[in-house]
Ligand binder design. Structure first.
Ligand code: ADP
Ligand code: ASP
Ligand code: MG
Length: 316
């Protein structure tokens, strides 16, 4: 029986911890089925199980010091496929029809920059077809296919968030639910700051700022995509039914506090170059070379040389 089009479409995304063990996969399957039984059409995006992506990266490094990016993407995309096929099996056991799709089968078209590809287009007709057949559709997160080379690509670490948001935007989803291992977005990382507060609502702008400065609970690109396509996010726990955090446009949020959250990052290094010639064009050459190597640079500090012939210190 075809599903009437008035049904709401929900995109649900489950992170690595939410599908780590067999019981977790069955729990995710039960949530997906519950959403379906409430009358929604459901697309679920899954991450690789537990630390599987890290294990795959380590596997590549056992064989090669500098794994070929195209082949690394072939390898890394496997993790999400495993999660989706297993979850489809669990959904079948609950008496529902599900189909798992790779990013490529789901129509996620990207550029060709392996390991950090950008989504250029979502050709979701196959997903729509399966939804019309009354199926739950499971999509492998974090991956796509290059429109030029037709090779498998991956979207950068944490990229399943972006897959989910892109699908919600393309399919006109009412909400994109991001299921994770914490109760929502907090005023600081709840694993490090025990009395951090769960924030019921944050604006896209606040969330962008937080993601950019280290709060990995939502991938930065996913938040950018959600803001650009007006996709509301609901970030919540896989292990608890309580509502989590809504990420909405600024005008939908009420009066906001001046300070929303404190973030941290363990993935930055400070580099200081001493004796840098203090003349126009020198900084441009340095940062041009870094940009050419795709190195993200933040917080640039340059002091005045003590004496003209001394050179400046440049830190970033
Ligand atoms: P998933 O595998 O579900 O995508 P992630 O590990 O990518 O989950 O993101 C969830 C983690 O983000 C939490 O376990 C938490 O430690 C961390 N985190 C960092 N900052 C925050 C924050 N401000 N609020 C909530 N979680 C945060
Ligand atoms: N599995 C990928 C990662 O660990 C993508 C994701 O989880 O979103 O980065
Ligand atoms: Mg994540």
């Amino acid at each position: 029986m075809a599903v009437p089009s008035r049904q709401d479409l929900i995109v649900m995304k489950f992170g690595g911890t939410s599908v780590a063990e067999p019981d977790d996969i069955r729990r995710a399957a039960a949530r997906i089925v519950a959403a379906r039984e409430r009358g929604n059409r459901v697309v679920a995006v899954l991450s690789a199980r537990g630390q599987h992506t890290d294990e795959l990266v380590a596997m590549a490094r056992e064989v090669s010091d500098r794994p070929e990016p195209r082949e690394l993407d072939m390898l890394l995309s496997v993790g999400e496929r495993i999660s989706c096929s297993l979850c489809a099996m669990a959904i079948h056991d609950l008496g529902h029809q599900a189909i798992s799709l790779t990013g490529s089968q789901a129509g996620i078209v990207t550029d060709s920059s392996h390991t950090k590809a950008r989504i250029l287009d979502v050709r979701a007709d196959r997903i729509r077809e399966k939804l019309d057949e009354d199926r739950i559709v499971l999509v492998a997160g974090f991956q796509g296919v290059s429109g030029d080379s037709r090779d498998v690509t991956t979207l950068g670490r944490g990229g399943s968030d972006t897959t989910a948001v892109a699908l919600a935007a393309a399919l006109g989803g009412d909400v994109c639910e991001i299921y994770t291992d914490v109760l929502g977005v907090f005023s600081a990382d709840p694993r490090l700051v025990p009395d951090a507060r769960k924030l019921p609502i944050v604006s896209f702008e606040e969330m962008l700022e937080m993601a950019a400065s280290g709060a990995k609970v939502l991938q930065l690109r996913a938040v950018e995509y959600a803001r650009n396509h007006a996709v509301r996010l609901h970030c919540r726990s896989s292990f608890d039914d309580a509502p989590g955090t809504l990420v909405l446009a600024e005008h939908e949020t009420m009066e906001r506090p001046l300070v929303t959250a404190v973030t941290h990052s363990e993935e930055e290094a400070r580099v200081t170059m001493t004796g840098v010639r203090d003349e126009p064009g020198v900084a441009g050459r340095i940062f041009g070379a870094l940009a050419g190597a795709n190195v993200n640079v933040d917080m640039i500090i340059q002091n005045e040389p003590v004496e003209p012939q001394h050179g400046a210190d440049l830190s970033f």
